[in-house]
Design a protein around this ligand. Structure first.
Ligand code: ATP
Ligand code: MG
Length: 358
């Protein structure tokens, strides 16, 4: 898939000595790891999956993508590696929070060193946070313009503290962070289809939803909003006077397909703000890009497990929507090893590991 240049704080080899790359997705409900081997087939990048693991987290450990209880998370990671007997320790860590910013930027064609020095000046009018509190990177798209020697690309800005906190937690678990990447790019790589002209890739988590709109695999818009599946649970709990665990169970069992008007009403009500965010993102993208047609909305994340969600979102937004298998691009996805894994891999963890081939 596309060459995304990752946020550059990596210092160890991305691929472990056994040839495997591990993507690590730290979410509100769980930490999830996917182990892939990057390779090539017929001259194109091709990956196989070799392990999947997940460790549930109690509420409050990770909130809106940010680590709040580092010691608990470190313990969960140690336990995950011990239980799954993962041999490799260099991980590719995904970052997601509402303040991650991705914008188009055209800058002079400079050496990497000079570019790193110039980026803060280029970014200071775009990034809302003080420049010394963000990690900046530039993901070049295409070749320099031969006439102007300018390069087009994406400016990536991530608040520094949450990244540093996550890296520390992972390293305290005896692992090494080989690379930090945007979680959004992970779901884009695993569930996006680079053959589509314009596709909206939407990962609905517990607290966060990320929306990536790409054109033939090149990300054009990336947004993370503080909306997710937990809101739906809260709606059901409130409206039906249920406890949160009861509401969660009802949500999963009945969903939008079930013949239960009250649950359906609560879910549709709960989905409304999320639908509005997706619609706004698509509208903004279209109005700033000559109104291209969005071919499809592709869904992933735990929230996409809601029964009937693809049809409901598709209806409300007026576009075709479907839930996509995070292993769609993985060559050995039909083998016993992949289909009998104890956990379904998260699209983010798979796509982060896929990025090792980029
Ligand atoms: N079968 C299902 N039906 C409806 N909702 C579901 C189902 N399975 C999971 N969910 C919801 O998905 C959400 C969790 O999604 P996911 O595991 O992707 O989140 P996360 O990555 O841990 O969190 P975040 O990305 O927000 O930090 C929860 O709100 C949960 O209720
Ligand atoms: Mg998530």
């Amino acid at each position: 898939m596309t060459k995304h240049r990752q946020i550059g704080i990596g210092h160890v080899g991305v691929v472990n000595t056994d040839g495997h790359a591990i993507g690590l997705d730290i979410g509100a409900n769980a930490v999830r790891a996917a182990i892939l081997a990057p390779g090539t087939m017929d001259g194109r990048p091709s990956v196989t999956i070799h392990g999947v693991g997940e460790m549930a987290l109690p509420p409050g450990v990770v909130v809106n993508g940010v680590v709040q209880e580092p010691a608990t998370l470190t313990a969960a990671l140690k336990q995950l590696w011990a239980e799954e007997k993962f041999a490799c320790r260099n991980v590719i860590l995904g970052i997601a929070n509402q303040q991650v910013l991705v914008r188009d930027l055209t800058i002079p064609n400079l050496t990497p060193e000079r570019r790193a020095k110039a980026l803060p000046y280029q970014a200071k009018d775009i990034v809302a946070l003080p420049i010394d509190q963000v990690i900046l990177d530039f993901c070049q798209l295409g070749q320099p313009d031969p006439e102007t020697d300018m390069v087009r690309g994406l400016l990536l800005a991530t608040p520094r503290d949450p990244v540093v906190a996550a890296v520390n937690v992972v390293e305290r678990a005896g692992l090494q962070v080989a690379r930090v990447d945007l979680a959004a790019f992970g779901s884009l790589r695993s569930i996006g289809d680079e053959n589509l002209a314009v596709e909206a890739v939407v990962d609905i988590g517990a607290h966060l939803t990320t929306i990536v709109i790409h054109d033939h695999g090149v990300p054009k818009l990336v947004r993370t909003v503080a909306r997710g599946g937990n809101e739906l649970t809260e709606q059901i709990a409130d409206r039906m006077s249920l406890s949160v665990p009861e509401a969660e169970q009802t949500k999963r069992e009945v969903g939008l397909d079930g013949d239960h008007a009250e649950v359906r009403q609560a879910l549709l009500q709960g989905l409304r703000p999320l639908v509005a965010e997706i619609r706004t993102s698509i509208g903004y993208f279209r109005s700033t890009n000559d109104n291209p047609i969005i071919e499809r909305i592709s869904l992933t994340g735990g929230g996409s497990g809601l029964r009937g969600i693809a049809a409901a979102l598709g209806d409300q937004i007026g576009l075709g929507a479907r839930v996509v298998d995070p292993l769609q691009h993985v060559r050995n996805r039909h083998t016993k090893e992949a289909t009998e894994a104890r956990y379904l891999p998260s699209a983010v963890s798979v796509g982060l590991a896929m990025g090792a081939a980029a």
